[in-house]
Structures are given as structure tokens and as C-alpha cells.
Design a protein around this ligand. Sequence first.
Ligand SMILES: [Zn+2]
Length: 217
Amino acid sequence: MSHGTRRPPTPVGLSDLRSTDEAALPPPTVDAGAGRGVPAWLAATLNHCSRCGAALRLGMVPGEDRERLACDACGFVAYVNPRLVVTCLPVTDAGDVMLLRRGIEPGRGLWAQPGGFMEIDETVEAGAVRETLEETGLLVEPGHIVGLYTRPEAAIVVIAFEARIVGGAATLTPEALEVRPFAPEAIPWPEIAFRTSEWALRDWVHRVRPDLELRGR
Ligand SMILES: [Zn+2]
């Protein structure tokens, strides 16, 4: 894809990712920031070499096909990669999805699924279970992957599992001002905190209630 190409965000479901025919894949989930290098807010935190403390410089390095942040003093290359945000769509026995009204920024007061950054020493599933428990008090068992969603400008990839609620009880925390179920036809679309949450919920609704027509925003 050439620099500057803007494509509408198109969530990619797991079934698509498993396709062996690359030409059949839909466009990736790009948004503002795709193909634009390290986001400025992130670059601002990467001034010095973590190995020797000298200044990092952006430029070409041998063997690489794009500019990298590298240290002239010791040769260290500071690779900058996205972080994974692990999330769940906890589904009740009645088929409703449990969402939380966020108590902290970003998106304070708006609705989202539970989730957060994956820790370095856990699996994707364990991270999703941990975050869901921490934020909502619900113990879940992750099932299939609803989708993977890329936000280059935020340097994140969000994975959303559909999850069965197997224990716990909805609990309010500083991170969750409210925790409640929503039927697929009653999701508060204008009050969803993040585009990645909206994309995941749309993919989920499309699968569980294909008869519902969702209007674009
Ligand atoms: Zn260095």
C-alpha cells in the first residue's frame, strides 16, 4: 500500500485471517496514521538509547528497508512495534453483551468492553480474562475471536474475544461506573468509547444477529 492511501476501516474477522488466498483478504484495518511511521506522541518518548543513553537518530540502517531509530554510539536499533490490547465481549446466558461505562480517561463516561494492555508474561487469553475480572468482576472463558483491529495512530492492535460468563458478579470499580448487559439491538452506538469497540461490537452483532441492519456512522 502506498503512503497516504486512505481506506475506510474494515474490521478483519478471524475467518478472513485464516484465508490462504491473500488476494481474497479484505483491506486491513487501517485508520489515521497508517504508513506514517512512528506516531509523534510515541516518538517523543524515544529520545535516548536504552542500552547506552546516547541520542537516538531516525534514519536508514544497514539491512533494513525503512527508517529506524538507531544509536550511532553503540549501534542499538530501537524497534517500535504496536502493543496488544486484550479485550472480551462477555455474553450472558440470555445472549446480551456486558459493557462497562468507563470511569477513567480516555472515554470517561462512555461505554466499552473490558480490556487492557497484555502483560509481557501472560497469554492473550489469560490477559483478556484478567482485564475482564479487574474491570467488571466477571469471570469469563474466552471463546472465538470476534476480530483484530489496528489503530496505527495509537500504536495498538486490539483483539476481541467473545467470552462466556462462568462466574463472578458485576462489580463497580474506579474503572467501571456502571456494568450492564445490552441486547444486540440495544447497543448504545453513539456512546461507544472507541472505534475499535464499535468495530468489535459491529462484528459481533453481525454474527449473532445478521438480521439487524446497522447504520454507518
Ligand atoms: Zn546506544
